[in-house]
Design a protein around this ligand. Sequence first.
Ligand code: 15L
Length: 271
Amino acid sequence: MRTVLVTGAAGGIGTRLRKLLKGIYPALRWSDIKVPADLTKDEQFVKADIADLAQVEKLVDGVDGIVHLGGVSVERPWEEILPANIVGCYNLFEAARRKRVQRIVFATSNHAIGFYPRTRRIGVDEHVRPDGYYGVSKVFGEAIGALYAYKHGLRVACLRIGNFGDAPLDHRRLSIWISPEDLVQLIRIGLDHPDLRYEVFYGVSDNERGWWDNSAALRYGYRPAGKSEAHRDAALAAQAKLPKNAVADWYQGGDYCAIGFDADPNDLARF
Ligand code: 15L
């Protein structure tokens, strides 16, 4: 991997990666729909709207690998998700195919499987259970990744990221937290591992309370170092200040599951 493009450079994860990936790959190209406030002179930045295929084709020209973080990163109305996350994701894969990019690491999300109860341990072979339009867009990204891998020969790693940050923020995040360094490990596996064709990995640290079987990532050499239990007291103290919600507290996706929820809450424990 010589030249790596990272989309979503101005977002929370992109902003951290701009420091963490420096020096790992010879050339890094950063992109976003808006210019990052802290952009430095030595960073190569291309402003682009991923909803526009012509712009994306130019953007990916000459890169070997892409880390696709761009698009909408939270639950939003369908009208916002469609151009940024569905059309944008198609554009990214299609432009990569046309310009012969070898690899894509796609940032999917725990919200692709948010409607699994916290009592279930799941791997990557269960049915998806998206918890909103955002989650649906991540399922779409995982699917188009598989299509372009098996039909067009791209190498694709989909990282179902839990919650990225220096520490887990609350009770739920104690199960799904991923440290910045562990995410970098997974990105490097996605960009560099010689045996990879298409995989879905959980973007999660080594959390005692984890809900996900991440053996696929472990098989590829992932050795997470972060442990959420080290931050337990602070996370539980923060949780104690949050309102309770039967739906959000039951499902892995938390608050996203409760947005617009109007199914029978008595069914929670049955499904
Ligand atoms: C995500 O996918 C979001 O991008 C992030 O903002 C958080 O909401 C995270 O999931 C989470 O579930 O904590």
